[in-house]
Ligand binder design. Structure first.
Ligand SMILES: [Zn+2]
Length: 401
């Protein structure tokens, strides 16, 4: 069994919006109180609070805070669990010798979601609408069918818009038939990635457009007076834009990873965190990093579901080694976009790196498997070019000496 999340936009009316905002406000307040309880019990008695202590707090809270009266009990349990996770994460990071941030109070800006641990209890589907405990029946846009069995539900507030997210249990998909195709990917700054076949996939155009608009909106926000109504509006516009970039990135990463998983039995990548990145003038690092981490995560998830392999290899020397004879290019600099070797290899730098990445991954596979895949030195299977649905592929030279 696997899990899949389905997100739908909610269209609450005025009264429902007030009730939802109230739900968030109570949730945030109670979450902060859970942190307080943790801190108090831990400081005074060096232990975690018990579930009875949370129970006592919840009862007292519902009795004394009028706004909390109609709030579902699962909401409080979910928040206690979130506070618990925040502290466990903190302790784990302390133990690992990192410098963690202490779990902190959530401000209105940083509290967006309320969880209901059991679908049908607190949040349920009622005809065409979603019924939320204490709010009523809210209008929804069901933009795609939900598959599997809904297990949990979450109400999310993002940049002034409301969403419901259902986590569904879905049966395992049958594995895809083997294609005999394998690939190494060199993730880069100049191109999104270069394949071991020499294809280059460009960064999507929206990255640069987004950056431009981001700068404009950021400047607009900086000009507004603190605490003013216009500032709030400018902030919401900026949030909505971030939200928009997120959606574009997710959509692109889905399509890209889908295409790769359909085409290749094995996809080899570098382990990214060790990679020594250069800052590109036009694309900020954060936007690329975020795109990559989502891409690799989706790729891994889809590969597992389809019975494909994703292998992460050590990025050391992938650029500096000849992918044909293994000689080292001692004086290669970041500015060199082309590599030439005494053995006769003459190749685009990233193409060479991608071939090394694939080679490393293939070494982890046994010889028997390697004979049945194209792209391997001892293969008997012909190679098929990759076609991506969104274009933007520049075909390179296909050589394997
Ligand atoms: Zn060579």
């Amino acid at each position: 069994m696997g899990y899949r999340a389905y997100q739908y936009r909610l269209y609450p009316n005025k009264r429902q919006t007030q009730d939802l905002l109230n739900l968030l406000a109570v949730g945030r307040h109670y979450y902060n109180m859970c942190l307080d309880l943790w801190r108090y019990v831990y400081l005074t008695e060096k232990r975690r609070p018990t579930s009875q202590e949370f129970e006592v707090m919840r009862k007292g809270y519902k009795k004394t805070i009028p706004a909390a009266r109609g709030v579902h009990s699962h909401v409080f349990q979910g928040l206690a669990k979130r506070a618990e996770e925040a502290f466990q994460g903190f302790f784990r990071r302390v133990k690992a010798g990192e410098a963690p941030g202490y779990p902190r109070y959530k401000s209105l800006d940083r509290f967006h979601a309320i969880e209901f641990k059991q679908f049908g209890n607190g949040v349920a589907i009622d005809g065409r609408r979603v019924r939320i405990s204490g709010v009523g029946r809210v209008r929804v846009r069901w933009h795609r069918p939900m598959q599997g069995t809904a297990k949990t539900a979450e109400i999310v507030h993002k940049a002034g818009q409301w969403f419901v997210v259902f986590t569904c249990e879905v049966p395992d998909q049958p594995e895809l038939p083997k294609t005999g195709q394998v690939v190494g990917l060199d993730l880069g700054v100049a191109a999104l990635f270069t394949t071991s076949d020499g294809d280059k996939v460009d960064h999507p155009k929206f990255y640069q457009q987004s950056q431009k608009r981001l700068r404009v909106l950021n400047r607009a926000l900086a000009r507004k007076k603190k605490g003013g109504k216009n500032r709030r509006k400018a902030k919401q516009r900026l949030q909505r834009h971030h939200h928009h970039i997120q959606n574009q990135r997710l959509d692109y990463a889905h399509k890209l990873s889908y295409a790769l998983v359909q085409h290749y039995d094995l996809i080899a990548l570098e382990e990214l965190k060790v990679k020594n990145m250069v800052r590109n003038k036009h694309l900020s690092k954060s936007i690329l990093d975020a795109g990559w981490s989502i891409f690799t995560k989706l790729l891994t998830n889809k590969a597992v579901e389809a019975g494909r392999q994703v292998l992460f290899v050590n990025p050391a020397y992938t650029s500096k080694t000849c992918s044909n004879c293994g000689a080292l290019f001692e004086d290669l600099t970041l500015a060199d976009r082309w590599v030439e070797c005494r053995c006769g290899l003459s190749l685009d730098r990233d193409h060479n790196a991608a071939r090394n990445i694939l080679k490393q991954a293939l070494r982890l596979w046994d010889a028997e498997v390697r004979r049945n895949v194209a792209g391997s030195p001892d293969a008997s299977v012909p190679r098929k070019p990759l076609a991506l649905p969104m274009g933007s592929v520049t075909a390179g030279c296909h050589v394997w000496n």
